[in-house]
Design a protein around this ligand. Structure first.
Ligand code: ADP
Ligand code: MG
Length: 532
């Protein structure tokens, strides 16, 4: 071969390439930055972040997943961590901030170990062993007494993390009460839980009820507004003048004919209402239109009726009451009707009434009307309730709980270090690194609460030699027994945090080559910066 070869082009023009340690350190850097952004929001004393999007909408939150959804980092490694946090949210709702913070700390430890000349594969092996050990410790320190009282503590701890600064114990208690009613063999079907938000009222008036809430009012003031032993029809059929326009042109020449025509129209609508009345219906939810004339007949028949009800609500009503959704009223039979012990209209906010369907035939549906004085408060409470539902569901599933406030993190760290002592070589250092990353979690909780982290960590380590339940109550600033302080968490949520953080750390550390295609500049726009 001659040496006038043309270069071999295997990548499109504009592709950038980062190789080996440069790729790795950039990825680690991205993960650390992301973790540092979220770290200050961790725990009940975490700070809020104000997010402003490109059109100027403002959101104030201290929820990890909410923040991540908004910032959409531009760096691929950061994006991997965001995905891990989203996955945490999908699976267990709670723990989304902790995943990111722990991943960042693991990456920091990995960076140090790499600098000390330890290979990536040794680090990964050490982290893997440490994860297994950590989960064993979690299992050992778990309590298995999952009575209602403890579930309320788990819900409260989870909600407190999200920052509503008010008394949330009552909401937590009511929530657990309802969740226990709909639990089936340790499972809660989240599709059957519906949250609605109203702002302008105090948080304490948040309503959590078993059953379905339809955000419509009863059509007419003369209709019944409180029905016991309801027989419910669900219609996807308009109770309206039938549209004859494209079928036939009606030519009416004298006034008498007009009157007959109108009468006929009226009769048709009356017949349809009669079908309902004859089947024994006393409550009607219609997805379509109800005409004034039909409304008049429904009132006369004493049927509590609502129109333009959303499809999703009809489905929920169908599931809860056993009613079939009927598309053609002429096919409706008594078998299609659902039942509920109590259907009534109630004012949920000034001049806003909703219809509540309670004591349903099939339990399993929960309706939550989240209230708060402002949109910010309402959004935070909604997020807090979602996290609590996740934490309580996870606890019902695996029937285990652990002390919060950094207690479990310290217990894991301590035993992982003891385990490391039994192992020689460089892997030992990686295992110790994992333990040190865990210790950063209570440190962050304490730091966010303005406590002296050095002092408190010394106290915490000493207290942990006596009991693995010792943690930091950041609301009092004391190291104390977390079970006595009612700071309790789901073991499954923490398990999931460990798995997700270890997995994404491994994925990131395994990358030693980043090939990035040139970004297409949006028309008239600019290419985003490569780092976050
Ligand atoms: P995540 O999104 O990961 O759930 P949070 O911001 O909700 O993060 O914070 C959760 C952490 O807050 C948990 O480690 C929990 O133990 C801790 N926590 C909750 N209440 C307290 C408290 N009173 N004192 C100390 N830590 C608390
Ligand atoms: Mg939480």
């Amino acid at each position: 071969m001659e040496n006038n070869q043309r270069p071999v082009i295997i990548m499109p023009e504009g592709t950038t390439r980062e190789v080996g340690s440069q790729a790795k350190s950039n990825n680690i850097m991205a993960g650390k930055i992301l973790a540092d952004v979220l770290k200050t929001t961790l725990g009940p004393r975490g700070m809020d972040k104000m997010l402003v999007n490109t059109i100027g909408d403002v959101k104030i939150t201290n929820d990890g997943s909410t923040i991540l959804k908004e910032i959409e980092p531009d760096h691929p490694a950061a994006q991997m961590i965001v995905d891990a946090s989203k996955e945490q949210e999908t699976n267990v709702e709670d723990g989304t901030t902790t995943v990111v913070v722990l991943t960042g700390e693991l990456l920091k430890q990995a960076e140090k170990l790499l600098d000390e000349g330890i290979s990536t594969s040794t680090i990964l092996k050490g982290f893997k062993d440490a994860t297994i050990k950590a989960k064993e410790v979690l299992n050992d320190i778990s309590i298995t007494d999952i009575k209602k009282e403890n579930l309320v503590k788990i819900a409260t701890t989870s909600m407190k993390g999200k920052g509503p600064k008010y008394d949330i114990e009552q909401i937590a208690e009511k929530l657990v009460e309802e969740l226990l009613k709909v639990e089936k063999d340790g499972n809660i079907n989240k599709d059957q839980i519906k949250l609605r938000k109203i702002h302008g009222e105090s948080m304490e008036s948040t309503e959590i009820t078993e059953g379905v809430v339809v955000d419509k009012n009863v059509l007419e003031s003369e209709m019944p507004k409180d029905v016991k032993n309801a027989k419910i029809a669900l219609l996807q059929y308009p109770l309206d003048v039938k549209d004859l326009s494209n079928k036939a042109k009606i030519k009416i020449t004298d006034p008498e004919e007009l009157e007959t025509y109108v009468k006929q129209e009226e009769n048709l609508q009356k017949e349809e209402v009669d079908i309902l009345a004859n089947a024994g219906v006393n409550v009607l939810f219609c997805q379509k239109k109800i005409s004034d004339i039909s409304q008049h007949f429904l009132t006369k028949a004493g049927i509590l009726s609502a129109k333009r009800v959303k499809n999703k609500d009809l489905e929920r009503l169908s599931q809860a009451t056993g009613a079939e959704i009927v598309n053609n009223i002429h096919e409706l039979t008594e078998d299609d009707l659902g039942t509920a012990g109590h259907v009534y209209e109630k004012e949920v906010f000034e001049d806003t009434e909703y219809i509540f369907i309670e004591e349903c035939k099939n339990p399993g549906t929960i309706s939550i009307i989240v209230k708060g004085t402002t949109k910010v408060v309402t959004d935070q409470l909604e997020q807090a309730i979602n996290d609590a539902i996740g934490a309580v569901s996870a606890t019902l599933r695996n029937k285990k709980a652990i002390p919060g406030g950094g207690a479990s993190d310290m217990a894991m760290a301590k035993q992982i270090k003891e385990y490391a002592n039994t192992i020689g070589g460089k892997k030992q250092m990686a295992i110790i690194g994992f333990a040190q990353a865990l210790e950063e979690l209570p440190k962050a909780l304490a730091h966010n609460a303005g406590l002296n982290t050095i002092d408190i960590m010394v106290q915490l380590k000493a207290a942990q030699t006596k009991s693995t339940n010792m943690g930091i109550n950041v609301l009092t600033g004391n190291v104390s027994d977390m079970l006595e302080e009612s700071i309790l968490e789901s073991t499954e949520v923490k398990d999931h945090i460990l798995d997700s953080a270890s997995e994404v750390t491994e994925q990131i550390l395994r990358i030693d080559d980043v090939l990035a295609a040139q970004k297409q500049a949006p028309v008239g726009g600019d290419v985003g910066s490569p780092m976050m």
